[in-house]
Design a protein around this ligand. Structure first.
Ligand SMILES: [Zn+2]
Length: 311
């Protein structure tokens, strides 16, 4: 049966400040992203009776944020590991540093939410042999860091260069352009996220992209901001796949008027200017599309268990 997974990376506002080279936006104020957007995602998922995977980075989360994540768990969604530090140079760290970071995040989530993470996504989609080895040693079931999109990597490269020329330092980095052209299908991996195997213990779930070479990404920013006709075409092309992995970010369900703090990044984060109602409508349409096409909605952990059972 064809399957679709919806996942949400809970990246706090600090991550965007760090990408755009902006400091001191938060001061002592609470980060608005989690408390605003996660209840909005939960409402949409509840409406359609579907379960999703939430990738959590525990550093910077407040008690109030953890209270919201408790509701995520209570509603039956999966919590996965998105690293503790959300360091965009994560893949350049040593294997010991990587393992320590993943373990720290894992333990905080376990202590605070009572769940054991089984899956991981690297910050900024950058992975390495050391990340894969650390996940194997920690007996994780899956990784979902591969983003086979030349369009995304080329845009990121241009933004980093542009910022450098205007004197701003972006913490963002590009791991490898090679990943842009890798397989878009889930596969077992051994030493690197692009090394596909027929069997094994660790599965890689690439984020779904369509159109060979360019790799139009099925991510929240594209699905909420691209012209409707293009989005429909992307969904149509993805419907021929056996497995579709759609990635949102928490900020996808925030809008400029939500918080004064968003003003600092409004020029770079153009999608904040899109009205919330439009974004909610687009995300609902995406879910409706796959349900109408007969796709089964599963968390990544459920897909990993099923895939392991097949071997
Ligand atoms: Zn992230």
């Amino acid at each position: 049966m064809k399957t679709v997974s919806f996942n949400i990376d809970i990246d706090p506002l600090l991550c965007y400040c760090s990408i755009h080279g902006i400091k001191d936006v938060l001061d002592d104020k609470d980060d608005p992203v989690v408390s605003l957007s996660i209840p909005r995602f939960l409402k949409i998922f509840e409406k359609y009776g579907v379960k999703a995977t939430f990738f959590v980075t525990a550093s910077g989360l407040t008690e109030k944020d953890f209270g919201i994540l408790e509701k995520v768990v209570k509603d039956g969604h999966e919590i996965a590991n998105h690293s503790y530090s959300h360091n965009y140079k994560f893949s350049l760290m040593t294997k010991d540093e990587i393992e320590e970071d993943i373990k720290k995040n894992h333990q905080i989530i376990k202590n605070r939410l009572g769940v054991e993470c089984k899956g991981f996504r690297s910050p900024g989609y950058n992975s390495s042999n050391s990340v894969v080895k650390a996940l194997q040693d920690l007996q994780y079931d899956y990784d979902s860091s591969l983003f086979p999109s030349f369009l995304y990597n080329a845009s990121k490269w241009l933004i980093i260069k542009k910022k450098k020329m205007s004197g701003l330092h972006s913490s963002s980095t590009i791991n490898s352009f090679r990943d842009s052209f890798s397989s878009t299908k889930p596969a077992f991996i051994e030493s690197y996220i692009t090394d596909s195997l027929d069997k094994g213990n660790l599965i890689e779930f690439p984020i779904t992209t369509v159109f060979p070479f360019i790799g139009l990404p099925l991510i929240g920013t594209a699905l909420t901001s691209f012209p409707q006709l293009l989005v429909k075409t992307m969904l149509y092309l993805s419907s021929f796949k056996d497995f579709v992995n759609i990635e949102f970010h928490a900020i996808d369900l925030c809008e400029l008027g939500d918080s004064d703090m968003f003003k600092a990044i409004e020029k770079m984060q153009f999608d904040l200017k899109i009205p919330l109602l439009q974004k909610e409508k687009r995300i609902s349409q995406v879910i409706e599309y796959y349900l109408e096409k007969g796709f089964c909605v599963k968390t990544l952990s459920e897909v990993a268990s099923a895939k392991k059972g097949e071997v």
